[in-house]
Design a protein around this ligand. Structure first.
Ligand code: ADP
Ligand code: MG
Length: 398
């Protein structure tokens, strides 16, 4: 089982809280979007309220060694504003400075360790780096679902040096495990019809998700560039559309497996084509007869309406991957229609994937979705059925 921070005695304890503060930055190194900071506030506020001495740790970007532009300083400043209290940033993640800041904390104080990835030992899961991090932890709590698929010092290595009775998950991590876990739950207990709406760039990125959901869902609704590979695998003429030639056999094999199991695979019946990504507008054509010199950049209105109708009647929906090049206005309609349909669905709705979540936010319907996963790669690996190292490391037998 995995304990929640709510079940751990934390008063007067140094609580090491691994959070995901990997926010997008402005060119001037300010915080461009503070959603990730806001997402971990409930866990941090719980720790403060219960008298913990809070030691926050996160990575930011992909630094190669210490890099001032990737300091957590602006993140700490924004967090201090949101919490309405001081956040003490250490000069380095580990070392004399960090040790002193942590040792001087009083109950309810908050320290933030400087960017973990300034030390290569974080990503290489170096034992001595892990031990130094663990020396700041009476209690270890992980709330960073977005990095749970990585076995790093702060997500896995250090946990071995913390007592099993003092390990747990934060509220965000708990929620991710609960909702994504429901999508993979006992087939008899899932609300039906259960649909997986899968789009985005590549079959190669999503095939493991499709395979793992095959024994669970009633139907797949496929859009985005990956639909082209499936359409071509069925013999359609897809013009210049983006196709993964080396995945045609895999797509064909998947369609066959789905058919054998009685699982529907719905592909677009019409698409929006254009001469290229920068075209000012598109043209609606049948999906099996695209003009030779054009490429499919969105699903067409008939497909959107068909998908929306299915989604409206579903009891469980998992959506990953946009239906088209939604970053460009002329090719955003399919993705927007699916976003609205998922929002209107009364069943359990879960959206995962960096671009799909961006589309949901742009559509302004985020508050109508049961759960929006904060992990891009981590949520996909979870749905693929992989055991995420950062989650497995929190398991205790009690
Ligand atoms: P997610 O991040 O939600 O998992 P992906 O990263 O798999 O989604 O895919 C998103 C990308 O796929 C977007 O950049 C989008 O422009 C692109 N895309 C979607 N449909 C098409 C298409 N028909 N042709 C080319 N690119 C597409
Ligand atoms: Mg993406």
């Amino acid at each position: 089982m995995i304990k929640s921070i709510a079940d751990l005695p934390i008063e007067g304890k140094r609580v090491f809280l691994r959070v995901d503060l990997n926010v997008p930055l402005t060119p001037a190194c300010g915080v461009a979007d503070d959603s990730r900071i806001r997402a971990c506030l409930p866990t941090i506020e719980h720790a403060i309220k219960h008298g913990a001495r809070v030691v926050l740790a996160s990575h930011l970007g992909r630094p190669k060694g210490p890099q001032p532009a990737l300091s957590l300083e602006p993140v700490g400043a924004r967090l201090a504003e949101l919490l309405g209290r001081e956040v003490l940033l250490t000069d380095e993640a580990v070392g004399d400075g960090a040790r002193k800041v942590v040792a001087d904390l009083r109950d309810g104080d908050v320290a933030l360790l400087e960017n973990l990835r300034f030390f290569p030992g974080e990503e290489s899961n170096d034992e001595s780096f892990a031990k130094q991090l663990a020396s700041y932890a009476d209690v270890y709590v992980n709330d960073a679902f977005g990095t749970a698929h990585r076995a790093h010092a702060s997500t896995v290595g250090m946990i071995a040096y913390v007592s099993p009775s003092a390990r747990g998950a934060g509220f965000l991590m708990k929620r991710e495990i609960e909702f994504l876990g429901r999508l993979l739950g006992e087939p008899e207990r899932l609300g039906r019809p259960y649909l997986a709406v899968i789009g985005g760039a590549k079959v190669a990125d999503k095939i493991a998700v499709l395979e793992n959901l095959l024994g669970r869902v009633n139907a797949f609704l496929i859009g985005g560039a990956m639909a082209n590979t499936f359409l071509k695998a069925k013999g359609a003429n897809v013009g210049k559309s983006r196709v993964e030639e080396d995945k045609l056999a895999l797509a064909r094999a998947f369609l066959k497996k789905a058919e054998d199991r009685g699982v529907e695979v719905l592909l677009p019946v019409d698409v929006v084509v254009a001469s290229g990504l920068d075209a000012a507008s598109g043209q609606i054509v049948r999906a099996d007869a695209m003009p030779a010199d054009s490429m499919a950049l969105d699903i067409g209105p008939e497909s959107s309406a068909g998908f929306a109708d299915r989604i409206a009647r579903a009891k469980t929906v998992f959506w990953n991957g946009p239906m088209g090049v939604f970053e460009k206005k002329p090719f955003a309609a399919g993705t927007l229609a699916v976003a609205k349909a998922v929002a209107a669905c009364r069943g359990l709705t879960v959206v995962g994937g960096g671009d799909s979540v961006a589309a949901v936010n742009e559509a302004g319907i985020a508050d109508q979705i049961s759960h929006i996963s904060t992990g891009g790669g981590a949520s996909l690996e979870f749905i693929e059925g992989k055991k995420l190292p950062g989650i497995a490391a929190l398991e205790v037998n009690e």
